[in-house]
Design a protein around this ligand. Structure first.
Ligand code: GCO
Ligand code: MG
Length: 402
């Protein structure tokens, strides 16, 4: 089954998406997400200029071999641009294989390990009262797990508090927004937020929180410890994970479960975190961690160490990635939870999909392949617009992780 065509489709139905479409001689096509928020065109060029010329004429059935061909063949391995490109090819080939055998992708991955997929939604507000109201709104929609982020008194804006409650999208057009940051204000505030949330919602609702790589290890240890009475499902990205061994320090001080890995692009980024059981959930996503094939290897390593999956699923993962994640989640034994942020109505019109949400759970559907498609005509009405994620500075002007 030869590949006869491959092209990159860039569109911006509310936010930017890069999609790879591969077509075979049998007339089947498969899709892969290649979106790297804020650096989209670098991946588009990697695909168009370097990968697509290598795909034409190859056998679309040889998914693993093509993965290794692109990974080892580049010589310069890994990195977000390379791995998002390989992911797009890998995902599109799984889509094609499913369609050619007339089965949903999860059946090719070992079949369903569960009936449906637990997801968490994103509640946020400008202050504690507003966040309580947002959590109540998500609970009313049926969510069993809810991430809570709140504005912090004294800071002009902070990570995770969006314009628009359901469709949080931080990337701004033309130039990055500059946020102000104070770890002191944040650390004093967050335990109060969760104390209130537990008071309002009782102990059964799963509550999550994202520190978005902003703390030092000892600050993260303090936060984890102070949040222990509120039994979080997880505390996410407490500190940047470039230094994997720093999680030993956090772990020594707290039993709050930790989730890390949305920015990881290979198994080597989380090897130590997993093997030393320094985290509880691995957040790597299909699009940024080199596709379904590589993510399964990460999950298999994690399974040995009782680390569960919790794939990144913000709106900068396109519906193509969301569909792929749900097939992965349904099949993988050590699944934990899936992040789910609604895409806007315009995005959903461009990318039709068979996945569904009901009662806080999702399912990828039983359409052959991934069950997602792109309306290229409609997509062309939404041309690419350069956009940047915000940056973050401390109160004295020092650059800080966003
Ligand atoms: C999350 C993430 C996102 C990222 C975004 C960057 O937990 O969902 O932290 O909100 O900031 O994906 O592009
Ligand atoms: Mg996050």
């Amino acid at each position: 089954m030869r590949i006869v065509d491959a092209k990159v489709i860039i569109c911006s139905p509310g936010r930017n998406f890069v999609t790879l479409k591969i077509t075979t001689e049998d007339g089947l096509h498969g899709l892969g997400d290649a979106t790297l928020n804020g650096r989209e065109l670098a991946v588009a060029s990697y695909l168009s200029d370097h990968v697509i010329p290598l795909l034409i004429g190859r056998d679309a059935r040889r998914i693993e071999d093509l993965w290794q061909y692109l990974y080892k063949g580049a010589y310069w391995r890994r990195g977000p641009v390379t791995m998002a490109s390989i992911s797009a090819v890998d995902t599109a080939l799984w889509d094609i294989k499913g369609k050619s055998l007339n089965v949903p992708v999860y059946q090719l991955l070992g079949g369903a390990s569960r009936d449906a997929i637990l997801v968490y939604g994103h509640a946020s507000g400008k202050d504690i009262d507003d966040t309580v109201a947002a959590v109540a709104a998500y609970a009313k929609l049926g969510y069993k797990a809810i991430r809570a982020q709140s504005g912090i008194p004294g800071l002009n804006s902070t990570y995770g508090v969006g314009r628009g409650k359901m469709f949080y999208e931080p990337a701004e057009k033309d130039a990055p927004v500059e946020d102000l940051w104070s770890s002191e204000l944040y650390l004093n505030f967050v335990p109060r937020l969760f104390e209130r949330l537990r008071k309002e919602f009782g102990s059964d609702l799963h509550l999550l929180h994202d520190a978005h790589h902003r703390l030092t290890p000892i600050e993260a240890a303090r936060l984890g410890k102070e949040l222990e009475p509120y039994h979080l499902f997880w505390l996410e990205d407490p500190t940047p994970a470039e230094l994997q061994e720093s999680f030993r320090l956090i772990r020594r001080h707290t039993t709050t479960p930790l989730a890390v890995g949305e920015v990881f692009n290979s198994i080597f980024d989380c090897q130590q975190l997993i093997q030393e059981q320094l985290i509880d959930y691995i957040r790597a996503a299909v699009v940024h961690a080199a596709g379904i094939s590589h993510l399964r290897k990460i999950a298999s390593l994690a399974e040995m160490y009782q680390v569960r999956t919790g794939c990144h699923g913000a709106t900068d993962m396109s519906p193509v990635c969301m569909a792929a994640a749900l097939h992965f989640d349904l099949s993988v034994h050590n699944f934990g939870i899936q992040e789910y942020m609604h895409h806007s109505a315009e995005t959903d019109r461009v990318f039709s999909h068979s996945y569904t949400f009901a009662d806080g759970m999702m399912h990828p559907g039983d359409a052959p392949g991934l069950g997602v498609d792109i309306d290229e005509q409609l997509a062309s009405n939404y041309p690419y617009r350069r956009a940047y994620l915000p940056i973050n500075r401390k109160l004295d002007g020092t650059m800080h992780s966003w």
